[in-house]
Design a protein around this ligand. Structure first.
Ligand code: F3S
Length: 376
């Protein structure tokens, strides 16, 4: 990979910056990148103490670097204010806060959300280095920005250098679809992505019989990226780059979608990915149809930004027995491990709750989840 003189010098410093350059150069060489390109924004995932551990914490401490570009952070293992209410113990909380303070010192904004695009919306064609598969697929598909599916480490390295290797989805022709997915039945986008993500090898372009909302595109992308190695999709007549390429001849037709999961939920969770303002409003409208407090544990997750902008709604939901948590989620927090079976509307949570938290899952639409919580 070609490096400018300045970039070569960064490699030779022998400090944390050099380590970050080494990571980017290794990545670029593996994927055949010609050079590095500047990025505007990095988003770092994998920041839970459970994920980083003591070894990772020591590595982070020793790095001693500053971020060169805007850098945001994915959810951590707990709500920073309400961790004890989640059942997180003090020693975990102490380590988690230590990790976040290191990121803050490096210059990150402690956004602690997987929806960084609600805080800073990248423009079409903008180059990013984002980890968090649901945010990556949203940025590429719905916003038309450009990012590969980075790991937490490569996103961190890019944040320090302010650059990323130029390969993969940064290059226009690599964003072309190779399979048309025609959906002919009624569908929930989260379940569509959950069911067909693993069947797709490459980049799908969907043809739907209706227009999807941004929240539905978010749910579709998060599910696709969880069951498949997918970082971009297109939707005919909807997403920004759908008509920049030819429609592929290979075709999949979806005419029925069934989910076979079943268990009796002891908790209901919503907000994977983190809830938008619209989604929070939908929950509010549904909850108002029921009397009294939720009969089951009902946890929902959103960003601090959405939480702060929707204080009245949050207070109402809390008064009805729902817990509205920030900074974390049902998948990255070990708090969910105490449940036997969780009901959720998220295809990504259906994929990862059993794998990472060892809990059984059952699917319900947003409406079904609220109903289950209040009617039992
Ligand atoms: Fe976000 Fe957690 Fe789901 S990070 S996409 S809410 S697994």
């Amino acid at each position: 990979m070609f490096l400018t003189k300045e970039e070569e010098k960064l490699l030779e410093r022998g400090d944390g910056v050099s380590k970050c350059m080494e990571i980017l150069v290794a990545l670029g060489e593996i994927f055949g990148a010609e050079r590095l390109i500047p990025i505007k924004h990095s988003h770092i995932s994998g920041v839970s103490y459970q994920n980083i551990g003591d070894e990772g914490l020591e590595w982070l401490k020793g790095l001693n670097v500053n971020f060169a570009v805007k850098t945001t952070i994915n959810p951590a293992g707990m709500d920073l204010d309400r961790w004890s209410e989640m059942g997180i113990d003090g020693s975990f909380a102490k380590k988690q806060i230590e990790i976040l303070n290191i990121f803050k010192k490096m210059g990150a904004e402690l956004t602690l959300t997987c929806t960084p695009y609600y805080i800073y919306k990248p423009s079409i064609g903008e180059h990013l280095a984002w980890s968090e598969s649901s945010a990556v697929i949203y940025a590429n598909s719905v916003l038309g920005a450009r990012t590969n599916r980075e790991s937490g480490i490569s996103a961190l390295a890019s944040a320090v250098i302010g650059k990323t290797p130029y390969y993969g989805l940064h290059i226009k022709e690599n964003r072309a679809p190779n399979v048309l997915v025609k959906v002919e039945c009624d569908f929930d986008p989260a379940i569509l992505g959950y069911k067909i993500g693993s069947e797709i090898d490459g980049i799908p372009i969907f043809k739907f019989n209706r227009k999807l909302s941004d929240d539905e595109l978010k749910a579709l992308g998060a599910s696709l990226a969880s069951t498949g190695n997918i970082a971009i999709f297109h939707v005919v007549e909807q997403t920004p780059e759908w008509d920049h390429f030819e429609i592929p001849s290979e075709k999949i037709v979806v005419d029925e979608l069934e989910v076979e999961l079943d268990c009796g939920p002891d908790a209901i969770t919503l907000g994977c990915p983190h809830l938008s303002k619209n989604e929070l409003m939908r929950i509010y409208d549904l909850v108002r149809r029921f009397d009294g407090k939720a009969k089951k544990i009902f946890w929902i997750f959103t960003s601090r930004k959405v939480y702060d902008e929707m204080r009245d709604v949050v207070e109402f939901l809390e008064s009805r027995g729902i817990r509205v948590f920030r900074d974390t989620c049902m998948v990255v927090s070990p708090a969910t491990e105490r449940f036997e079976c969780v009901m959720t509307n998220s295809g990504k949570a259906l994929t990862y709750l059993p794998k990472l938290r060892g809990v059984k899952v059952v699917y319900g639409t947003l409406e079904e989840c609220v109903r289950k919580a209040f009617l039992g």
